[in-house]
Design a protein around this ligand. Structure first.
Ligand code: XMP
Length: 512
């Protein structure tokens, strides 16, 4: 077991993720609870995360010295390194140039931390992000790597097995950072990688039971992978204390509502309330063209409908959500962080306070691909867990301009053909997300001998690892050609198909 002490870095979860990839169990606890966690967990290693503070401030985050006396190997990252130095008799100063981004460290001494990566005299690229720097190291420590901006880029006390680095080994931009973490947990701390998704499932089941007791839980099901995996997991833990509420906005992909209800009711025997609210959604959306107004209207209606339905479920104390770690990060930055709101996402931020439901969020620590792995573990089919992400506001944000029931039906048909062709071509799993967008633009065409004047349909397909950045997918032309022909022949109201070749940034994945 590894205890990760969190000092508030934006990327602390990435440390946990890297350890899970090594099949090592870990828990993240805030620095304020580090001692309690240490006693409860009895970990074989401790990692200090980075953080936004400066140890030169009197009230900066600290830890109890028990953590050093406990004797397990410690690995400090960024603020973690500064903290180790400040606490054990070294020196940290601010006021130097800040260092952000790629840097090269020079290894000055062979170290188990860099075993198999770089030897003394060699350089290694890393990702730096710090304002303060260590200017003197505590007794018993030696420097094992330096960089231009950080004379103590990596330090070690080999006897006490305390290692610390100024850079971030947990991010992808440090190409061999995962190997450094591996060296620390396997070679230095002597852990073995024997923890799996099956173990995660068991732990979460136990945790859910403990949290919920014999209370009732409501789960808002969207039909997507995340809420489905959460629901199946929670059902495994508490059985029929769980009721799923599926708000059908009428803005889902073709046939999806039926697929979801069948899967849950028939395959899993999970109690499911299917609320067909399509008339209400389409009614309120009539006449609205502005993308943000659409999103806000849908978000509000969703809450209203969900609220009405869930108030019918007596004695419900908990609300289950399929919140993932990237949502947690995004909603943190949405609530007062420095980043600008590009789109007001619905289904993060959750429900209004007056509902007074406590949250159960068993996927809060996971990334999308880990949720898929957990879904497989729970017996969901490959086709189901591999489904492309689908946004909460659904097809509404794929119909620029006014939304009408006809437009939704047209888009559903065209989208189904597009996805069918992608599947037939064996490309579905190579694509992060593919969908059609029905434009409010009409163009002239000719079919048979007759003039047509109908709408344009845009096809979008992107590759991505997290949805934050994306590239347009390079289809073989034949696939696009077949798709276009089928759509124009089979979907009335569309006489032209175009392909979107914009990456993100500067585009976003969705059109609104
Ligand atoms: P954008 O369009 O911002 O989308 O590049 C990034 C990813 O997020 C999805 N998306 C949403 N997901 N609620 C969601 O649950 C939303 O309101 C929402 N808007 C966009 C989008 O499909 C893509 O995967």
């Amino acid at each position: 077991k590894v205890l990760i002490v969190d000092f508030g870095s934006q990327v602390t979860q990435l440390i946990a993720r890297r350890l899970r990839e090594l099949n090592v169990y870990c828990e993240i606890h805030p620095y304020t609870k580090a001692t309690t966690a240490l006693e409860a967990m009895q970990p074989q290693a401790v990692i200090f995360s980075g953080g936004p503070n400066s140890t030169t401030d009197a009230d900066s985050p600290r830890v109890d010295h028990k953590i050093f006396e406990y004797g397990a190997p410690i690995f400090g990252i960024c603020y973690g390194e500064q903290l180790i130095c400040a606490e054990l008799g070294g020196k940290v100063e601010s006021g130097h140039d800040r260092e952000f981004g790629r840097a090269d460290i020079s290894i000055v001494k062979d170290s188990p931390l860099f075993a198999g990566i770089a030897k003394a005299g060699e350089n290694e690229p890393v990702w730096m992000s710090h304002g303060d720097r260590v200017t003197a190291i505590p007794e018993g420590f030696e420097v094992i790597a330096t960089s231009e901006g950080a004379p103590y880029a990596a330090i070690a006390n080999t006897e006490k097995k305390i290692y610390a680095v100024q850079f971030h080994p947990e991010v992808m931009h440090t190409p061999r950072g995962a190997e450094m973490l591996k060296n620390f947990v396997y070679n230095i701390a002597g852990l073995t990688g024997d923890w799996t998704m099956a173990a995660y499932r068991e732990e979460q089941v136990a945790k859910i039971r403990e949290q919920v007791g014999d209370a009732k839980v409501i789960c808002g099901l969207s039909g997507g992978v995340d809420s489905s995996v959460a629901a199946v997991l929670i059902h495994e833990a508490i059985g029929d204390q769980l009721t799923c509420v599926f708000v059908d906005t009428g803005l889902l992909r073709k046939d999806e509502a039926t697929q979801v209800t069948t899967l849950f009711r028939e395959h899993y025997n999970i109690p499911l309330v299917h609320v067909d609210a399509s008339d209400r959604f389409l009614g309120e959306l009539a006449g609205i063209s502005d993308p943000e107004t659409k999103r806000k209207t849908i978000g509000r209606l969703f809450i209203e409908v969900f609220d009405e339905e869930s108030s019918k479920i007596e004695g419900a104390e908990f609300l289950a959500q399929g919140t993932l770690y990237p949502d947690v990060i995004e909603s943190l930055s949405a609530s007062g962080g420095p980043s600008q709101v590009i789109k007001s996402h619905h289904n993060v931020g959750g429900l209004p306070d007056y509902m007074k439901l406590k949250l159960v969020e068993p996927l809060r620590e996971l990334f999308k691909d880990e949720v898929r792995a957990l879904g497989r573990e729970l017996g969901l089919t490959e086709a189901f867990v591999g489904r492309h992400p689908f946004p909460g506001p659904g097809l509404a944000i794929r119909i620029p301009g006014e939304i009408t029931p006809d437009a939704v039906a047209t888009l559903q048909d065209a989208d189904a053909i597009y996805l069918d062709e992608i599947r037939k071509a064996g490309l579905y799993n190579e694509i992060w997300q593919a969908f059609a967008v029905l434009l409010p633009v009409k163009t002239v065409g000719v079919m048979g001998d007759a003039r047509t004047y109908e709408k344009v349909l845009a096809l979008r397909a992107v590759t991505s690892t997290d949805g934050m950045t994306a590239d347009f997918f390079q289809f073989p032309w034949e696939v696009l050609a077949r798709t276009a022909t089928r759509i124009i022949n089979q979907v009335p109201g569309v006489n032209r198909v175009v392909y979107d070749v914009t990456s993100k940034p500067p585009g976003t994945i969705e059109w609104e």
